[in-house]
Design a binder for this molecule. Structure first.
Ligand code: IDP
Ligand code: MG
Length: 136
């Protein structure tokens, strides 16, 4: 049965800064994802705080929002069958040290905070996150 989904992906500042944008996009395309929406932007810390609101009680929340707003990012809506889970698999574990071989975070991630990419964690959140960056 067909289950075409979209998920929000962000190439984070550490990866944009190291000019990894095209290599990471190639990994998405090589794994069957279509990039259906895309823009390169820099956001304010206040916007990052809204985006990461689910983490507001975590000790790393302020640093996380500071970091996401520290430089240009590439936000994309990726489309594929079962895109949400597929992207989580392709990204790898949050901590690059724990990420499997062949994943984006294993290949490019520097540390748990500078882990190169964001991906939605559920279909419901994917819709909210895509709408956050791409309001029609
Ligand atoms: P995810 O990005 O794999 O979904 P989340 O738990 O949703 O991971 O955390 C969001 C982001 O917050 C992570 O990608 C990472 O950049 C950062 N983060 C998560 N845990 C820690 C931590 O323990 N210390 C510092 N930063 C963290
Ligand atoms: Mg998450």
């Amino acid at each position: 049965m067909s289950n075409l989904e979209q998920t929000l992906s962000i190439i984070k500042p550490d990866a944009v800064e190291r000019h990894l944008e095209n290599e990471i996009k190639e990994m998405f395309k090589n794994n069957g994802f279509s990039i259906v929406k895309e823009k390169k932007i820099q956001i304010e810390k206040s916007e990052a705080e809204k985006f990461y609101k689910v983490h507001e009680t975590k000790p790393f929340y302020s640093d996380l929002c500071e970091y996401l707003s520290s430089g240009p990012i590439v936000v994309m809506a990726l489309e594929k069958e079962n895109a949400v889970l597929g992207n989580r698999e392709l990204m790898g574990a949050t901590n690059p040290k724990d990420a499997n071989e062949g994943t984006i975070r294993k290949k490019y991630g520097i540390s748990i905070d500078k882990n190169s990419v964001h991906g939605s964690d559920s279909v419901e959140n994917a819709k909210i996150e895509i709408n956050f960056f791409f309001k029609d």
